[in-house]
Design a protein around this ligand. Structure first.
Ligand SMILES: Nc1ncnc2c1ncn2[C@@H]1O[C@H](COP(=O)(O)OP(=O)(O)OP(=O)(O)O)[C@@H](O)[C@H]1O
Ligand SMILES: [Mg+2]
Length: 419
């Protein structure tokens, strides 16, 4: 749910500590836009912003335990930081302090070097899209109207709103014929997309997402996560994403802030580092077993030092073929022709062809050839190795043969970096 950008929304927020998202948005009303909203043209630009939290503490009530405790966090512009942690550890509270739905007890929050407390809440929220914990679409308004909520509040002309809604619909991968439907006529995943589209409507530089994919099944969830990454490649927002799902954080975040109950920051690090070098026992147990396997999904073939063989060019000299055959340990040889990978052949077949003077080009090859791209995950490479008998060949983006990856290369890569 996006937070307001218009005066009427500030009125509907009521008490800044309102806890129920739905109430905080609707305040029991389904039509939050009042007729008194003054049209306010706004320039929409894809600006960026960095966020800095310094010693931020929040106590609800006087003298109670801290919901967030001296949290310091730097969020680079254009990056995705995941706030990850168990229920009640202060994730939502932290998000709400960034857009001033909740005010910190102490500490400061800056966006682009400006203290959020020094700006009007209304102006601040204009630059912040907010996807709330339960999608929270307006049930009695069409999808188009939901997506166009903020532009309408900002007083955009109907035609401009229409164009923006169409653009966002395409951007988040929704069918345009859904625009005239109502939220309960959409699946959970589709509603989540509408929520994201709505948050992006006025092109805010900052996007706060509170469990944006919480309400959908794992398969849809994974797809939405991929789509978010694609979207981020296009729009480059500064995104703070709340989740309690380790895999979600590992998959989408540039950095993970792992919080413990009481809003204590246990570790702030890139996903691979969290897995490779958990700061303490809490982090280790939170990210769970199978850290090594999870790292296989995070790292790509591009990060490996590959080996050159056993590979032979089909036009190689007899001596060269013999050299590769002699060195062969696997029983398989990769065949290449001028940098193009042709496939894997058994060493016995190559030997037979060589003995009979037949060109290597004609030797039977295993199809489909076990090959990966530099962008393939180590996990994908490992799976191919497991099912194919051979190592896998790396085919670079320009289609050239780029070396071979063996199980041993993958093992070494993980072991070398393990602390
Ligand atoms: N308005 C409030 N008044 C009093 N306590 C509150 C209020 N809002 C949150 N809290 C408390 O602050 C702590 C942090 O709550 P918060 O909603 O930030 O957790 P969370 O990490 O988002 O949890 P979840 O994963 O369950 O959404 C909790 O103990 C919660 O009970
Ligand atoms: Mg929460």
């Amino acid at each position: 749910m996006i937070r307001g950008v218009a005066p009427s929304w500030d009125v509907t927020y009521g008490h800044p500590d309102v806890q129920t998202p739905r109430q905080s948005v609707f305040c029991g009303r389904t039509e939050p836009i009042s007729a008194t909203v003054a049209p306010e043209p706004v320039s929409v630009e894809s600006s960026r912003a960095a966020i800095r939290l310094t010693d931020v503490t929040k106590r609800f009530g006087s003298g109670g335990p801290a919901a967030v405790d001296e949290l310091s966090l730097d969020i680079d512009e254009g990056s995705i930081v995941a706030l990850l942690g168990p229920s009640g550890c202060g994730k939502t509270t932290t998000l709400r302090m960034i857009n001033r739905l909740i005010e910190p007890t102490s500490g400061s929050i800056e966006i682009d070097g400006v203290d959020v407390m020094s700006r009007s809440a209304q102006e601040l929220r204009r630059g912040i899209g907010y996807v709330i914990q339960q999608v929270g679409l307006f049930p009695h308004r069409t999808i188009a109207s939901n997506i166009g909520t903020v532009p309408k509040m900002l007083g955009w002309e109907a035609e401009r709103i229409h164009e923006r809604v169409e653009e966002l619909t395409t951007l988040v991968g929704l069918d345009h014929d859904m625009l005239e439907r109502y939220p309960d006529e959409l699946s959970g995943g589709q509603q989540q997309r509408v929520g994201v589209a709505r948050a992006l409507a006025a092109d805010p530089p900052v996007l706060l997402m509170d469990e944006p994919f919480g309400a959908v099944d794992p398969i849809v969830r994974a797809r939405l996560q991929d789509e978010l990454l694609e979207l981020q490649n296009k729009v480059r927002k500064t995104i703070v994403l709340v989740t309690h799902d380790v895999d979600e954080a590992l998959r989408v975040a540039d950095k993970i802030a792992l919080l413990n109950v009481g809003g204590i920051l246990e570790q702030l690090a890139e996903p691979d580092e969290i897995l490779r070098a958990p700061a303490n026992e809490f982090v280790e147990s939170f990210v769970g077993e199978e850290r090594g396997l999870r790292r296989l999904s995070l790292n790509t073939v591009a990060s490996l030092s590959r080996n050159d063989g056993p590979v032979v060019d089909v036009d190689a000299s007899i001596e060269e073929i013999d050299r590769v055959l002699d060195a062969d340990l696997l029983g398989w040889l990769g065949l290449v022709e001028h940098d193009r990978f042709l496939g894997w052949a058994t060493a016995d077949d190559v030997r037979a062809a060589r003995a009979a003077g037949r060109p290597l080009r004609d030797v039977d090859r295993a199809l489909p050839a076990a090959q990966v791209a530099p962008s393939s995950t180590l996990r994908a490479a490992m799976e191919l190795i497991m099912v194919s008998d051979t190592s896998v060949a790396v085919i670079d983006d320009d289609g050239r043969f780029g070396g071979v990856v063996s199980l041993e290369d993958i093992r070494r890569c993980l072991a070398d970096t393990e602390e």
